[in-house]
Design a protein around this ligand. Structure first.
Ligand code: ADP
Ligand code: TPW
Length: 618
């Protein structure tokens, strides 16, 4: 128990007793358990025992831990405090990995990334009201991105919260979480913990994955019941994300449409990466000979250097394609809603085949000619089976025209990447990272920022599936260190976090977490002195700098050094290359302050068109 907890409690009550109890439990002192919960006895549910003679008892803390472990969940990302401090301690004592963060949003982001990488819900554990709210952004973001995670928050006394009598960290958390996630549950009795965790797991991973909120009021943790009854109350979920086989007529409809296509295109989204149907997706692309475009987190499903990648001819293929197969990608803003100039509105109607697990996604933006509803693995397998051996490859005039444009664009890009301007710009710095990722294709890239994001997405080739984590559907800043920690913890592979200086600031304090757990993470901060760029001026003449401008020539590397990690200030591409190679080889927590020309880049990166501009000139 920390000193704050102790100092602010009005009497040496439940929390302190729970703390003491935790230590006793860890010593295996079972007989003591009921005797040390005097206040719990009166609250004990009728189905639970108060029998101090009972040889083996369990409690809410242990039931939560046992329920998670029973379902092969071995890691908690969280932040301790009343009422979950002992839950963190006991989970660790019981062999779970408990990764403790400096802010709940980053623990939540870590849980979301872990969910994406493993198909198991990532667990984020927070304290009541403020901790819960800090975690909520991540829960909501996970839901928007279709990542499975469970935010478990302790909460205050129901009776006091519901009468709004002003409890410590009072908040009706369940009501607040509900509209922001896929499902939300509360458990009031220890005997229902098994059901609560089972429901949360199923809700997170079945169908379209998403975020689930699980509310555990403080009282629950101290409730006791016999260990035997407790064990029986737990549920091991069977087949939580059942395959969803597409209907055969839907498969036929899709194949008929594809057969007639003259300029087909496959678009792979992060749903395709999540689905872990890598071999079949590759077979679909290669068997059909259809050019493909990966969305940012689908990069590496096939190597970006694959001959059929149309990434370097993106505008051309989007405008010219006649039949587009969407595989786990929504026609949202990232794909210009499937219409308009990007999609060649003057060039005749496009037809879409959309593979998705969510039937209501279909027709969300434009008419979908051939919806294929099911899990991506089953849908792609069904398409492959339906194609048989004699499938005719995509027309050569189409693939040839794409190849020509691609080669031209790649050659142009190679010239730019070879330049070594001083100071560095985005291209020269990213060319170095591109080479490092090529040398270590198993490394995971985390990426956020504006220009840093847009340029990295197109410059840094990925070679393996699920190696790129970024700002996702919301284009949210702040995922950086949480995603990086999860990637390192879950995979044990080196992580390279490519961060705009503004983007990094959202989660920068987690470098302490990175050092504390000695994680193989190299953070590269693209330091151009501000949000987007560092060149804005305050037109008013007052002494404040412009709202987009930061302290000039800041040394983010010192932040890493403060916690015992390696800090490097890199002013040239050679210095950056050397520091990055050393970091990846050593696995030591490293932060490279990459000094970038503050005039490089553009406002809002590539999405400047979304930024409202006033026509009124003042
Ligand atoms: P991107 O941003 O990469 O374009 P989106 O997040 O927009 O990708 O789309 C992902 C889509 O994938 C969602 O519509 C989601 O329902 C779908 N999806 C996620 N997992 C699966 C799966 N296992 N099978 C089928 N569809 C899935
Ligand atoms: C939670 C708005 C989009 S991009 C960005 C901000 C603040 C930072 C851009 O500067 P950075 O990158 O990181 O230095 P670069 O490469 O251009 O130099 N708050 C949230 N999410 C978003 N998207 C914003 C604000 C934003």
């Amino acid at each position: 128990m920390n000193s704050y907890d102790t100092a602010t409690m009005q009497s040496p009550t439940r929390a302190q007793e729970r703390g003491l109890e935790a230590h006793r439990l860890m010593l295996g002192d079972c007989q003591q358990r009921c005797a040390t919960f005097p206040e719990v006895k009166s609250e004990t549910h009728p189905n639970m025992t108060n029998d101090t003679q009972s040889p083996e008892m369990t409690d809410g803390f242990h039931l939560v831990i046992d329920a998670l472990k029973l379902n092969d969940i071995d890691t908690i990302f969280g932040l301790p405090g009343i009422p979950v401090t002992d839950l963190c301690r006991m989970a660790q004592a019981e062999g779970m990995r408990v990764i403790s963060f400096r802010h709940e949003q980053h623990a939540g982001n870590a849980a979301a990334a872990a969910g994406f990488l493993t198909q198991k819900p990532g667990i984020c554990l927070t304290v009541s009201a403020p901790g819960f709210l800090n975690g909520l952004t991540a829960l909501s973001n996970a839901t928007v991105n279709c990542f499975p995670m469970i935010l478990i928050s302790g909460s205050s006394e129901r009776e006091i919260v519901d009468l709004q009598q002003g409890d410590y960290e009072e908040m009706d958390q369940l009501a607040i979480a509900k509209p922001l996630c896929k499902a939300a549950f509360r458990v009031l009795h220890a005997e229902d913990i098994g059901v609560g965790i089972a429901r949360a797991i199923r809700a997170a991973v079945s169908g379209r994955p998403g975020g689930v909120y699980l509310d555990l009021p403080a009282k629950l943790f101290a409730q006791t019941m016999t260990a035997e009854a407790g064990k029986k109350s737990l549920i091991k979920v069977i087949d939580p994300a059942p395959r969803q086989i597409p209907a055969s007529d839907a498969v036929k409809r899709a194949l008929d449409l594809l057969k007639g296509a003259k300029r087909p295109l496959i678009l792979l989204g992060k749903g395709a990466a999540y689905a872990q149907a890598d071999a079949d997706i590759r077979a679909l692309v290669e068997k059909t000979g259809i050019p493909y475009l990966p969305m940012s987190m689908a990069k590496g499903l096939l190597p970006d250097t694959h001959a059929q990648s149309a990434a370097a001819a993106r505008s051309y293929v989007l405008a010219e394609a006649d039949v587009v197969v969407l595989v786990g990608a929504r026609l949202n803003w990232l794909l210009s809603h499937g219409k308009g100039k990007t999609w060649g509105q003057d060039k005749g109607a496009k037809q879409f085949i959309q593979i998705d697990i969510s039937p209501t996604e279909i027709d969300s933006n434009v008419a979908i000619a051939a919806p294929l509803i099911g899990d991506i693995g089953s849908c792609v397998a069904a398409l492959l089976a339906g194609m048989g051996d004699g499938w005719t490859k995509a027309p050569a005039d189409w693939t040839g025209a794409i190849a020509e444009r691609r080669e031209k664009n790649l050659a142009k890009m190679a010239v730019t990447l070879a330049l070594r301007p001083s100071p560095m710009n985005f291209h020269s710095a990213l060319s170095v990272i591109r080479d490092q990722v090529k040398a270590r294709p198993d490394a995971i890239v985390v990426n956020e920022g504006a220009n840093t994001l847009d340029f990295a997405r197109s410059i840094v080739d990925m070679y393996q599936p699920r190696k790129r984590l970024d700002v996702g559907t919301w284009g949210i800043m702040g995922i950086g260190m949480g995603f990086a920690v999860a990637a390192a913890v879950v995979t044990g592979k080196p992580v390279i976090a490519i961060e705009g200086d503004s983007a990094f600031g959202f989660s920068g304090m987690e470098v302490e977490t990175i050092c504390r757990y000695n994680l193989p993470i190299c953070v590269v901060v693209f330091n151009n002195n501000g949000v987007y760029r560092g060149t804005d001026k305050n037109p008013s003449g007052s002494k404040d700098v412009a709202p987009t401008v930061f302290v000039k020539n800041a040394r983010y590397d010192k932040l890493m050094e403060a916690f015992g990690g390696v800090g490097v200030n890199a002013t040239t591409a050679d210095e950056l290359a050397k520091a990055l190679a050393e970091a990846v080889a050593s696995g030591k927590p490293t932060l490279i302050n990459a000094v970038i020309d503050e005039t490089a880049g553009t406002e809002s990166g590539r999405i400047a068109s979304l930024n409202p501009q006033s026509a009124v000139k003042k």
